[in-house]
Design a protein around this ligand. Structure first.
Ligand code: DOR
Ligand code: ZN
Length: 342
């Protein structure tokens, strides 16, 4: 197959940052995706409807002239979020979900939730008005091994949460384990996003020939058996599994540091990376639904109608994307890709 025509995809999990960083990264996403679920972990986070409205305006202002992109906003859940904020968010029409970060789990999660049970009033309201909950599904307990954090989150928090709120629609974000796949397959009112890095690489990649900080993200890459389970889920044609890049730009110097930031920057070539992953298991015929149908179906939004084309051709991923002096290093920088979006 030399060309692949797909309905234009959307990115159901995206970090766009703010200010100059937003201006540097947004054009890459706009080139590939029609819409994106925008993560609220700014400094300070997007906690209220006015925060979300103002951030949305800044995103819209950063779209390159003549192009279109629809930012689908989220609110950052804290211990102090009030039910009224949820009602206002739902009424706004442009806030599509609420994001749960366990406090301390990842980048800018200091304002996150300290105890998920404290949020039951919020979950009750979200269930009532049918506003989805997006989970960073990891525990932060320092006694739990970093590779087990997702599974322990599911057992300790997600299973009880779904028992308390069976109708609450949940997305388990950026899943990384076969345990998450199994759980999502067997539960109701739940979907999951999958990133290109978790479909393409296992944890060896972080340490191949030395330490590779550009492959460090959270949840961290897992062992090969988990990668295979994720790839199987993504290419299964099950609508519970859909595209969410988790493209999370950090400057090169903040990644290549004694205490490097977590996040892979994939906005430049996300769709091509997914195409490679799907092709590796002869499942290119399943890419369109994963990338363009199941996400809007979950969010109860119309599917896009425009089409895009991927062509089989070799090209080299640039070493840097311009941003500050340091630049941003795309995922798998300097290496060859075999698909290219026109
Ligand atoms: O690797 C990650 N980077 N994981 C997250 O959960 C947050 C993200 C970021 O914002 O940099
Ligand atoms: Zn993320």
């Amino acid at each position: 197959m030399e060309q692949l025509t797909l309905t234009r995809p959307d990115d159901w999990h995206l970090h766009l940052r703010d200010g100059e960083a937003l201006k540097a990264v947004l054009p890459h996403t706009v080139r590939q995706f029609a819409r994106g679920i925008i993560m609220p972990n700014l400094k300070p986070p997007v906690r209220s409807l006015p925060d979300a409205a103002a951030y949305r305006d800044r995103i819209l202002a950063a779209i390159p002239p003549g192009q279109t992109f629809e930012p689908l906003m989220t609110l950052y859940l804290t211990d102090n979020t009030r039910p009224e904020e949820i009602l206002k968010a739902k009424d706004s029409g442009f806030v599509k979900a609420v994001k749960y970060y366990p406090s301390g789990a990842t980048t800018n999660s200091e304002f996150g939730v300290t105890d998920i049970r404290k949020c039951d009033r919020i979950f009750e309201t979200m269930q009532q008005v049918d506003l989805p909950l997006l989970l960073h599904g990891e525990v932060t307990d320092p006694d739990v091994d970093i590779f087990d954090r997702e599974k322990v989150f599911i057992d300790r928090h997600l299973i009880p949460l779904k028992q308390r709120f069976p109708q609450l629609r949940v997305v388990l974000e950026h899943i990384t384990t076969s345990d998450a796949v199994e759980y999502v397959l067997n539960a109701d009112n739940i979907g999951a996003t999958l990133t290109p890095q978790h479909l393409l690489f296992n944890r060896n990649r972080i340490f191949q020939g030395g330490i590779n900080p550009h492959f460090y993200c959270l949840p961290i890459l897992k062992r090969e058996t988990h990668r295979q389970a994720l790839l199987k889920a993504a290419t299964s044609g099950n609508p519970k599994f859909f595209l969410g890049t988790d493209s999370a730009p950090h400057t090169r110097t903040s990644k290549e540091s004694a205490c490097g930031c977590a996040g892979c920057f994939s906005a430049l070539h996300a769709l091509e990376l997914y195409a490679e992953a799907f092709e590796s298991v002869n499942a290119l015929d399943k890419l369109e639904a994963f990338a363009s149908f199941y996400g809007p179906d979950f969010y109860q939004l119309p599917r896009n109608t425009e089409q895009i084309t991927l062509t089989k051709t070799t090209w080299r991923i640039p070493d840097r994307v311009p941003f500050t002096e340091s630049g941003l290093v795309p995922l798998r920088a300097g290496q060859e890709m075999t698909w290219k979006m026109a």
